[in-house]
Design a protein around this ligand. Structure first.
Ligand SMILES: [Mn+2]
Length: 320
């Protein structure tokens, strides 16, 4: 026999489900607080936020009960979608950004490989998507080193490190058959600017070892990558592994001032929050929500919306 609470729960669940399916309502438990990071510091609210959460009325934590909730607000806002480290999970990537209008600029922060084994598919989708800027992460430098070792028939320290950093043989095998994908990775910029935001893979000032401005750094990284020297790749990988090096506002400011930036957006250091984490009133924003199932079966990941005016949005160009 159903008691009153049970009936109320069932009715509430049905109502919530209908409203969410219609795009009208998100259950209160899953409403997101206004972003405290880059979006709000620019003034306007984000255009939308996508977050994973338990299905309404069904809080059990299994994959089958999770659904993707999309909160739309301020549709007229020009804003940029930013996605953290994909780590081989093309399916989760597509669930988050696959349906975005192609007019919406998308920036992905690097680390396409390892942990999960569909990186090549993820990259092929990113290659085909207009209005997309992709950056290089430490894992991407590493796998380029592994490729060079394979081509030379050796297993050097790139290969050794790749194995214990979650390297997936199936993805490497696919990559070796896709020269266009290799070329795409080799030409990834290390960093880009969107409006007043500097965007890079890791939370470290190590990039200044490569140059004193954005173009010089990107060119220096590109030149090293095109040397195709496994040792050069290993050093680039090791540099881009650095993390958590902006522990004071002073250190952060000294760094972003070099680029005339007001804030820094990075990935690389995964966290399990359902939205970006910011510190120092939005001056540094971590958008790596550990979306890959290589970090565990829990449904995670989000799109971070960077609100800028229309002029800023046009500064995002494929290839940075
Ligand atoms: Mn990384």
């Amino acid at each position: 026999m159903l008691d009153r609470d049970h009936i109320v729960t069932r009715v509430t669940f049905a109502a919530d489900l209908a409203l969410v399916v219609c795009g009208c309502r998100v259950p209160p438990a899953f409403r997101l607080p206004r972003e405290s990071g880059a979006g709000s510091s620019a003034g306007p609210v984000p255009r939308s936020t996508v977050v994973w959460g338990p299905a309404p009325g069904n809080p059990a934590e299994s994959d089958a009960t999770f659904c993707q909730l999309v909160v739309w607000n301020n549709r007229g806002m020009q804003s940029i979608a930013i996605l953290g480290d994909i780590h081989g999970d093309s399916q989760r990537m597509l669930e988050l950004v696959g349906d975005l209008d192609h007019e919406v600029p998308l920036v992905v922060l690097g680390d396409y490989f390892d942990r999960w084994d569909h990186a090549v598919e993820a990259i092929q989708w990113l290659m085909s998507r207009p209005n997309t800027t992709a950056l290089m992460g430490n894992h991407d430098a590493l796998i380029l080193g592994v490729v060079e070792e394979r081509l030379r028939g050796v297993e050097g320290r790139n290969t050794e490190n790749w194995h214990w950093n979650g390297g997936k043989d199936a993805d490497l095998a696919r990559l070796m058959r896709e020269p266009e994908v290799m070329d795409w990775i080799r030409n990834l910029p290390a960093m880009t600017m969107v409006g007043d935001a500097l965007i890079q893979h890791c939370d470290s000032p190590v990039y200044l070892n490569y140059g004193t401005d954005l173009d010089a750094i990107n060119e220096s990284v590109r030149r090293r990558v095109h040397s195709r020297d496994p040792e050069v790749f290993f050093h680039l990988f090791a540099d881009l592994c650095k993390r958590r090096q902006f522990y004071s506002l002073k250190t952060l400011r000294q760094y972003i001032d070099v680029f005339h930036a007001k804030r820094l957006i990075h990935g690389h250091t995964p966290h399990t929050q359902p939205q970006a984490i910011s510190m120092f009133h939005g001056a540094i924003v971590n958008v790596d929500g550990a979306l890959s199932r290589g970090f565990g079966p829990e449904a995670r990941g989000f799109v971070h919306w960077l609100a800028v005016d229309g002029t800023d949005a046009t500064e995002v160009a494929p290839g940075g």
